[in-house]
Each structure stands twice: as structure tokens, then as C-alpha cells.
Design a protein around this ligand. Structure first.
Ligand code: 0A1
Ligand code: ZN
Length: 863
């Protein structure tokens, strides 16, 4: 018997093309847990069935496990061996058997938060993608689906609540103050959807009646004292259940739906069948501690996980290369749900902003990969904005091209064909082709090619007839030097700016060539073109337009997203010109902002989004070589100019009464958002009473949206009020981890020149800990999002992040590896910064015993 070995030094690359169907299926799994925080004993009985004609060894994956005993059909079995950390059982000629394996795990020592781990004295699991193998030996691949029966026993006072997937079919008392529960999940599922929770929890209970009249019991489980903060999540859950029935015809399929919130979690949440496990951040919300944005996050993530019940669980993925099959589709579904629950225009703006902030840079850097990757070393590294958010855009484009009715026919066919199966992206595309009646042959390139396509546009005129010329290019990405043009829907319109009223109404064209000409119609003068309306395709549009034309569109376009885009482009052009040392009068921007502000009464949320300046990072993305200091300087200058020129407008917005924090209507949320923006513009001017004003908003705020906005504004400056507000905030919320995260975050976001030093000092604060991923992200994640601070010329920001990765990797490799991509963007910076960034990546790679996660990200980031 060999010992369970750790991660291999040279990571193995797994290729999509190497997929082979499993040689053994496991129709039934019975698990018996004797629960303890420091020692949990697991007895697994896998009923296995061979799928091959001849004998084949049974490969059971393990990670950090040692088999305490192996039995086959009830007999002690010696025909097994370890292969690295995996277990290979030789079953000879058998075509079926029951393989029993005992393992022991230590949840308290599980700092990776994968498998079975302890969080605040409770036990919980995280199995996606490959965590189940840290609990027991198993094929642990998503195309092996089993029915699970789970018995769990433990101390009654420590673990009064015992939860797993499916239905609780029996429970009872045991010896020595223990009790047990027996859970059965009737739906076959892959191991990554297994979950178990044991702890001292209380529930917010409710119920939902499905479209066919069945009653589903709902429970949201939290630590005692938090139950009053679960109302929004519960409402979101019920809304999601109804929405999926109405929009996709999908009904929930168990009598029970439980959600558990845990404080230590690597990601947002997890869609385990009938037992979703959530980061507390996406469950707990009340007006005093959560911002409107937090509320929206709760609603979106609750919906996302719920929707996975069909897009992910009933139809799962054949292998992890197909991850976008469930994630892209489910993100698209949750985006549409949130759009329906609130403002569709604002939701689209937010989604596009996120795509541009997180996905476009990924697609333009060394870690670029197609939404269906071709290879990986560590699958945890592929839970990316590309797989999730670009994946959602690919689904959205299909829906746009065929329209809602035909898209629904396609998804109906997909669910009908593949229910109960482990499917592929190709299966999805084929179902849309067949169900919706569209040829997607060329469209499939979106699954194969990485990189953001670029559309270079120009307007041409012949005898009063205007057309649009499009040249499409897809940039080279690692491993993909040559690209083919993609098929995509492009929504456009054109307007005469001369008051003649001539216009081309909203038109949907499908483009597919490297070059293409689209007729726009007759216009006396060059029309204002509104293009990629609603962001119909996830591309970069390269189209030189005069400031006046953009300002006209910002004021007159009949598509709100296009109005937003026009104003953003105007701001962007102005900022890029300024950063490049060209004089650019901000007056057109100021006038356009004023014009947009004049419509604030009708839709304050939209106006608040539209008048925000583009982020520093997005400005940098427009430049050949990013100059973080110049970008910071010019952006602050434009902010101050707009702040000063429109001072009376901003003051008027702030002089009005704030909507009560308990009012979560669209109008109230929009009003608060606009007040936050107004405060930031005023503060940017540096006017005498700016800090006093922000402090007043901070002190008078009756909820977290205003309080956090004011605190963030103060945190940028160096007033006495800043220190005072930070102190008040800390004293008030020091016992609330989610709010304390905000306290760390606003300081790391600051535009102050000493932010890197401040972050370094905050990492020594008694409330800072590496063991909680939310806290790590709040401090260091905020720093990497603070362009000028992270890229501080002396490299101190890079060093701090590399130090973090090195310290965190042995504890939590998944979260450590997620901090690396910002260092990988070195090609976009000047030579000095390039050298500093690469040196930090190399320093990380030189660490002995580095995880597979971090090794893959750091080594690929150097290419
Ligand atoms: N499937 C989840 C994401 C998720 C992935 C891995 C995890 O391991 C730490 C956790 C969650 C989702 O899309 O919500
Ligand atoms: Zn998901």
C-alpha cells in the first residue's frame, strides 16, 4: 500500500480531444458519515457496472485520502493499488460489484475549502469541480451519474441540523448523545452535485406551489441571529421558481429545496441538488448592512443557482471542457431574470460593464481561452469570466438571432433530448439548430476561437445612399495564431441629425464575413449610426465618430443602451485624447452629462449609470501602452471638471431627501445610486465643504447604500472626516464579517497615493485573515482592481500581491491562483513595469511545492 501522494510537481495537461466514456458506471452510491469537526469517518458503498466488453480496472479518483479498508461484495479485497493519489481496484471478470471503501478526513484541517470542511463550527461540502474525491474514492467525473443515499450521524448538540440532497426519509437517536438522518435523492446526479451540511442552524421556512400544483418546502439555513436577513433571498427564490416555469416551462422536481449560507466559501454559491450552499454574502441582506448592489447580487445568485436545477443538474456536463454548457446558459438565464425583475436597460449596462472589465482583458491576455477550452491543468482555473460571461453572450446571440419563440423551441428540445444526461456544448447548439430552425455551422466558431472580435466600421456614400462597411478581425490568442470570421447578430439604426426625420429603424443583421457592406438608406448628410445596440454581439467596435455625433446619440437614440454607449464613448475619446497629451475640451462631455441629467426624474438608475466615467482599467484597454498615472490624473481631472461645471445639479440631487433605505423599489434604488454619483462628482472638485458634505451623508444615512457610498468618497481624500467615518464604521460593524469586508475594501479602492502602504498595513490588522476568501478578496482583490495603486511605479503593488499568493497558496490554492491574472497583463505596460511584473511571477513560480492551480496560472501568465 502506498501513501496518498500530494500534487505532482509537473502538472499534467488534460486535453478535450482525449475524452473517453467511463469504463464503469456507478448507478448507486451509499454514504455513511460519522461526523466530527476534526475527524469524520466515511464509509462509501459504490455499486459499479462495467460498460466495456472485456475486463477493465476500476479507477477511483482520490485526493489526499488513504483507503482504511476495501471490500468487494462484502468480502475484504486485496486486489487494489494506489496510482499516485488514485485508487485502482481490479475486479477481474466481474461486470458488476459493490465496492466498499472506508476513509477518514479532517474537516478542520481543510483550508482549501474543497471537499468536506469546517466553517464556523459547522460542517459543509464543496464538490465542484473535483472535491468529491477529497471525501471518498470515486470516478468523480460528471458523466458518472448515481442515485445517492446518505446516512449521517453526529453529536446532537454540535450538529442539531443534518442536511443532504433530496428528501430526508428517516431520522433517529444514537448512542452517546448522537443522532442521525437518512437522506435519499431520487435524481441521478454526478458527484460534483453531492452536498452535506451539519451544524447549529436556523431556517427561514416558506413554501412554493409549482405550476402542476405540487408543494415544495423551502428552507434558508443560517446561523441563529441571521434569519431576519434572509427575506430577500427567499423572495428571490420564489420569484426564480415562478420565472423558470413561465419563461422556460421548467418546474422544480423535489419536495424540498434547501439553501445553506456559509461564511467561508471560495466562490459565490453552489447548485448542489436540492441543497444549494451559498457564500453568506449572497444570502444575507438587510437595509442596514447591505447596499442595493448587494441586494441585486443576492437576487441574481439565488436565481443562478436555482436555474442550475435544469441547466446543470437535470442536464449536466459530459466533461469539464463543457463547463460553459451549464454556466454560460445559466448566466444568460439569470441575466434575463434580473432584467425582468428590475430595469432591463440598467441590467444590460451592468452586464456589459462586467464583461468589459473582466472578460475582455482575459481574452486579450496570456490566459485567453475559448468558452469551451481545449486543455487545462487545473479545472478550477477555468471558472472564468470567459466561460461564464462570454459564454452567456454566446447564448444571448443565438436567442437574438432566432427571437424568443424560436429560442424557446430550441431550449425545449434541448431539455427534452438531454434530460438525465451528461451533455456537450455541441448538443446544445444542435438542439437550437433543430428546435429554432437556424444554421449555426459557422456560429460554432464562438466555441472554438478565443479573443474578442473587432469590427472596424466606416460609412460610405454613393449618390445619397449610405452604407456601412464592416471589416471583422479576430486577434491571435495563445495557441491560436490564425482566426476565422465569426457569425453574429448586429442590431443597428441610423438617424439624420438635420431634423429631417430620415431614419433607419432598429434593424437586425447577421454578419458572418471578414468584410461586409450593409445598406442604410437615403440620407441627405452623413447619418448618426447607432450600432451594436443592446450590445447584440460581444465585440469591440472601432468606429471614429465626431464628438457632436456621439453627443447627439447620447441625447436622441431611442435605445437606452445605445444612449449609454454613446456617452461612454464620448467620455472615453475625451479621456484617451487627454492621456495621450492631446488637448481635448471637456465641454462636449459636460454638456452631454447635463443633458442626460435633465432626464433623471424619469429613470434615475439609468442616468446614474450613464453619467459615470469609464473605469481607469477600461481607459487603459484603449491604449497601446497603459499609463496608469496619466489615466488616474486625467480621469480625476475630468471628474472634477464635470463636478464643478454642474455643481448646482449635483447639489440639487443631494439636497432632496434620500429615499428610505427600506424602499427597494426601482425608483428608490435609482435615486440612491444617483446621489452616490453626485457626491463623488462634488468631492472630486476638492471644494471646501466636500468632506463635510460626504460626512453628513455618511452620518445621516439610514442604510448601507448611502453609508458605503459616502464612506468610499471620504476614503479617497485625507480629511479628518475620513478617519472619523472609518472609525465609526469599524466600531459599529466590527462583529459583522460581511460589513467589515466593506471597511477593508473601501480603503483598498482609494485613489490616495499611499493606498499600497495602507493595504500592507491592513493585512496586519487583527481582523484580517487569510483563511476567509471574502476577506482576502475585499482587501487584495480591491487592490488589483485599483489600477493606479496596483501598478504603482516602484512595483510595491505587484510585490504585495505576489507575497499574498505565496502565503495563501499552501492554504487555499484556488483563491491564491485567482489573484494571479492581474500580474499576467504585463504586456500592456511599459518596460519597467513589465520587468517588475514578470519578476514577481517568476518569484511565485520559484516557490517549492506550489499548487497545480497557481503553477498553471503563473506559468501561463509569463508566456
Ligand atoms: N457552479 C457554481 C460555481 C462554483 C464552482 C466551483 C466551486 O468550488 C469552490 C464553487 C462554486 C456556480 O456557477 O454558481
Ligand atoms: Zn453557475
Amino acid at each position: 500500500m502506498t501513501d496518498a501522494s500530494s500534487t505532482p510537481a509537473i502538472p499534467v495537461t488534460i486535453h478535450r480531444g482525449d475524452y473517453r466514456p467511463p469504463e464503469w458506471q456507478v448507478p448507486d452510491v451509499a454514504l455513511d458519515f460519522a461526523l466530527g469537526i476534526e475527524e469524520t469517518r466515511v464509509s462509501a458503498a459504490l455499486s459499479v457496472q462495467r460498460t466495456t466488453d472485456g475486463p477493465a480496472p476500476l479507477l477511483l479518483r482520490g485526493d489526499g485520502l488513504t483507503p482504511a479498508a476495501v471490500r468487494v461484495d462484502g468480502e475484504v479485497w486485496n486486489d487494489w493499488r494506489m496510482d499516485g493519489s488514485d485508487l485502482i481496484v481490479d475486479l477481474g471478470e466481474r461486470t458488476a460489484a459493490v465496492v466498499e471503501i472506508d476513509t477518514v478526513v479532517n474537516p478542520a484541517a481543510n483550508t482549501q475549502l474543497m471537499g468536506l470542511y469546517a466553517s464556523n463550527d459547522m460542517l459543509c461540502t464543496q464538490c465542484e469541480a473535483e472535491g468529491f474525491r477529497r471525501i471518498t474514492f470515486h470516478p468523480d467525473r460528471p458523466d458518472v451519474l448515481s442515485r445517492y443515499r446518505v446516512r449521517m450521524a453526529g453529536d446532537k448538540t454540535r450538529f442539531p441540523i443534518l442536511l443532504s440532497n433530496g428528501n430526508c426519509i428517516d431520522r433517529g437517536e444514537g448512542d452517546g448523545g448522537t443522532h442521525w438522518a437518512l437522506w435519499e435523492d431520487p435524481w441521478p446526479k454526478p458527484s460534483y452535485l453531492f452536498a452535506l451540511v451539519a451544524g447549529d442552524l436556523v431556517a427561514n421556512r416558506d413554501s412554493f406551489t409549482t405550476m402542476s400544483g405540487r408543494t415544495v418546502e423551502l428552507g434558508i439555513w443560517v446561523r441563529a441571529g441571521d434569519e431576519d436577513r434572509t427575506g430577500h433571498a427567499m423572495q428571490a427564490l420564489k420569484n426564480s421558481m415562478r420565472w423558470d416555469e413561465e419563461v422556460y416551462g421548467r418546474e422544480y422536481d423535489l419536495d424540498l429545496f434547501n439553501i445553506v449560507a456559509v461564511g467561508d466559501f471560495n466562490m459565490g454559491a453552489m447548485e448542489n441538488k436540492g441543497l444549494n450552499i451559498f457564500n453568506t454574502r449572497y444570502i444575507l441582506a438587510d437595509p442596514d448592512t447591505a447596499t442595493d448592489m448587494d441586494y441585486d447580487g443576492v437576487e441574481g445568485v439565488v436565481a443562478h443557482e436555482y436555474f442550475h436545477n435544469w441547466s446543470g443538474n437535470r442536464v449536466t456536463c459530459r466533461d469539464w471542457f463543457q463547463l460553459s454548457l451549464k454556466e454560460g446558459f445559466t448566466v444568460y438565464r439569470d441575466q434575463c431574470f434580473s432584467a425582468d425583475m428590475g430595469s432591463a436597460a440598467v441590467k444590460r449596462i451592468e452586464d456589459v460593464r462586467l464583461l468589459r472589465a473582466a472578460q475582455f482583458p482575459e481574452d486579450a491576455g496570456p490566459l485567453a481561452h475559448p468558452i469551451r477550452p481545449d486543455s487545462f491543468q487545473e479545472i478550477s482555473n477555468f471558472y472564468t469570466a470567459t466561460v461564464y460571461n462570454k459564454g452567456a453572450e454566446i447564448i444571448r446571440m443565438m436567442a437574438t438571432m432566432v427571437g424568443p419563440e424560436r429560442f424557446r423551441k430550441g431550449t425545449d428540445l434541448y431539455f427534452e433530448r438531454h434530460d438525465g444526461e451528461a451533455a456537450t456544448c455541441e448538443d446544445f447548439v444542435r438542439a437550437i439548430e433543430d428546435g429554432a430552425g437556424i444554421d449555426l455551422q459557422q456560429f460554432r466558431r464562438w466555441y472554438e476561437q478565443a479573443g474578442t472580435p473587432r469590427l472596424k466600421l466606416s460609412l460610405v456614400e454613393e449618390a445619397g445612399q449610405w452604407s456601412l462597411d464592416i471589416v471583422q478581425t479576430v486577434p491571435p490568442t495563445p495557441g491560436q495564431p490564425e482566426k476565422q470570421p465569426m457569425m453574429m447578430p448586429l442590431r443597428l439604426a441610423a438617424f439624420a441629425m438635420d431634423g429631417s426625420g430620415a431614419h433607419l429603424a432598429d434593424t437586425l443583421v447577421t454578419i458572418s464575413g471578414a468584410t461586409q457592406r450593409i445598406a442604410l438608406g437615403r440620407f441627405a448628410v452623413r447619418p448618426a449610426l447607432s450600432v451594436n445596440r443592446g450590445f447584440s454581439a460581444p465585440v469591440i467596435v472601432d468606429f471614429a465618430r465626431a464628438p457632436g455625433e456621439l453627443a447627439w446619440l447620447a441625447a436622441h437614440d431611442d435605445d437606452p443602451f445605445a444612449r449609454y454607449e454613446a456617452l461612454q464613448q464620448l467620455m472615453l475619446d475625451t479621456l484617451v485624447a487627454a492621456v495621450s497629451g492631446k488637448d481635448r475640451d471637456p465641454q462636449t462631455v459636460i454638456d452631454a452629462v447635463a443633458q442626460t441629467l435633465s432626464g433623471r426624474a424619469a429613470d434615475p438608475a439609468f442616468v446614474a449609470e450613464a453619467v459615470l466615467l469609464p473605469s481607469e482599467a477600461f481607459i487603459g484597454d484603449q491604449m497601446l501602452t497603459v499609463d496608469p498615472d496619466a489615466i488616474r490624473r486625467e480621469r480625476l481631472a475630468l471628474q472634477a471638471a464635470i463636478g464643478a461645471a454642474l455643481e448646482s445639479e449635483w447639489r440639487a440631487i443631494l439636497d432632496g431627501a434620500a429615499p428610505p433605505a427600506t424602499d427597494l423599489s426601482r425608483g428608490a434604488k435609482g435615486g440612491r445610486r444617483l446621489r452616490g454619483v453626485a457626491l463623488a462628482y462634488l468631492a472630486a472638485t476638492g471644494m471646501d465643504d466636500a468632506a463635510a458634505l460626504a460626512f453628513r451623508v455618511f452620518s445621516q444615512a439610514d442604510g448601507m447604500t448611502e453609508r458605503q457610498a459616502a464612506l468610499a468618497t471620504l476614503a479617497h481624500g485625507d480629511s479628518d472626516e475620513r478617519a472619523h467615518a472609518l472609525d465609526i464604521f469599524y466600531q459599529r460593524y466590527r462583529d459583522n464579517p460581511l460589513v467589515l469586508d466593506k471597511w477593508f475594501q473601501v480603503q483598498a479602492w482609494s485613489v490616495r497615493p499611499d493606498t499600497v502602504d495602507a493595504v500592507r498595513a491592513l493585512a496586519q490588522h487583527p481582523d484580517f485573515t487569510l483563511t476567509n476568501p471574502n476577506r482576502v478578496r475585499a482587501l487584495y482583490g480591491a487592490l488589483t482592481g485599483n489600477q493606479a495603486a496596483f501598478h504603482q511605479a516602484d512595483g510595491a503593488g505587484y510585490r504585495l500581491i505576489a507575497d499574498l499568493v505565496i502565503a495563501l497558496d499552501p492554504k487555499n490554492p484556488q483563491t491564491a491562483a485567482r489573484m494571479i491574472p492581474p500580474l499576467g497583463r504585463w504586456k500592456r505596460f511599459d518596460e519597467r513595469r513589465q520587468a517588475l511584473m514578470k519578476a514577481e511571477l517568476e518569484r511565485i513560480l520559484a516557490q517549492p511545492g506550489l499548487s497545480r492551480d497557481t503553477t498553471e496560472q503563473a506559468s501561463k501568465s509569463l508566456l
